[in-house]
Design a protein around this ligand. Structure first.
Ligand code: ZN
Length: 124
C-alpha cells in the first residue's frame, strides 16, 4: 500500500476514534505511516544509498519485470520484523497493557499491517 493511502486511512481512523483529541489522532497517523520507515532503513543498509530519492527510484523499478540488459541491483524484501503481524501485534498488545497511552500507536500500526496484507483486494 502506498504512503498516501496509509496517511489518509490512518487519519480517518484517528479522527473516528479520537474526534476531539488531536494529539491522539496525530499518534495514530504517525504510527500508521511511519512503520514503512523500515523500508528506507533496510534499503540504506543494503545499498549504501541513504537518499530518499534513491529509495523512491528503487521502489519504482523493483516491482516491475526485469527487461533484458537491466542489471540494476535488487535487494530482496525490504520488510523488517515490524511488518510481521504475528510478531508485532502481540508485542504491541503487551506494550499497551503496560502503557495504555500507547493505544493510538497500536491502532495505527495495526491498521498499517492490515492494509499491507491486502485481503480486501482479493475478496472482490
Ligand atoms: Zn508497510
Amino acid at each position: 500500500m502506498r504512503l498516501r493511502s496509509h496517511l489518509l486511512l490512518s487519519a480517518a481512523l484517528g479522527f473516528t476514534l479520537y474526534p476531539r483529541q488531536p494529539g491522539q489522532v496525530l499518534l495514530v497517523v504517525a504510527a500508521g505511516t511511519l512503520v514503512d520507515v523500515d523500508h528506507l532503513i533496510l534499503y540504506g543498509l543494503r545499498s549504501g544509498d541513504w537518499s530518499i530519492v534513491g529509495a523512491w527510484r528503487y521502489d519504482c523499478y523493483r516491482h516491475g519485470l526485469i527487461p533484458p540488459g537491466d542489471h540494476r541491483p535488487r535487494y530482496g524484501s525490504l520488510r523488517s520484523w515490524l511488518h510481521q503481524p504475528l510478531l508485532t501485534l502481540p508485542l504491541l498488545g503487551l506494550l499497551v497493557r503496560r502503557w495504555p497511552g500507547l493505544r493510538p500507536v497500536a491502532y495505527g500500526v495495526a491498521l498499517h499491517l492490515l492494509l499491507d496484507q491486502g485481503w480486501w483486494s482479493s475478496a472482490t
